[in-house]
Design a protein around this ligand. Structure first.
Ligand SMILES: [Fe+2]
Length: 179
């Protein structure tokens, strides 16, 4: 992925069928090759006429949306968010055979949610509360505290000071069937 314009659609970090039976090959294809690809193309098309924005990273574009030209602000939130969210989504998943709970995130989840079951339940409850297209996110704030938030459409938590640049986003989950 280029740091800035022109953005590219990076290849999936695993095979299209790697996450079956949880996510099938066609779903991966649709979200990577069609949706993410379209978001990349649309974002580049918008930025083509704004050379002053072409050196900004996705994070910089999405964390300073108020400073964006008004006529393209919502389009960058939509398409830039679509690129950012999908890349986090794809990079945040792994084949369950390779999954480990020994990573650094696991003890922090226990600290902030009590048990892994409680975390899963909270995550699912939040995800199911999203109406239409959107995401449920595991985010970290400036104090290093984890929480679960939801966003509609392709809005991204980094626009709200969560998943801040110092900590990065920890995870994301596509929820809705009406992407
Ligand atoms: Fe998608």
């Amino acid at each position: 992925m280029n740091e800035h314009y022109p953005f590219v659609n990076p290849p999936l970090p695993y095979a299209y069928d790697s996450l079956e039976p949880y996510i099938d090959t066609q779903t991966m294809y649709i979200h990577h090759d069609r949706q993410l690809q379209r978001y990349v193309v649309e974002l580049n098309t918008i930025l083509r006429d704004y050379p002053e924005l072409q050196n900004l990273s996705l994070e910089e574009l999405l964390t300073n949306t108020e400073s964006l030209p008004e006529e393209i602000r919502q389009s960058i939130i939509n398409y830039g968010g679509g690129v950012y969210n999908h890349i986090i989504y794809f990079n945040g998943m792994i084949n369950s055979q390779e999954r480990s709970q020994a990573g650094t995130l696991y003890p922090i989840i226990l600290r902030d949610f009590g048990t892994i079951e409680n975390f899963f339940n909270e995550y699912k409850r939040n995800a199911l509360s999203v109406f239409g297209s959107g995401y449920a996110w595991l985010v970290v704030d400036q104090n290093g505290t984890l929480s679960i938030v939801t966003t509609p459409n392709q809005n991204t938590p980094i626009s709200f000071g969560l998943c801040d640049l110092g900590h990065g986003c920890l995870g994301a989950c596509l929820f809705s069937a009406a992407f």
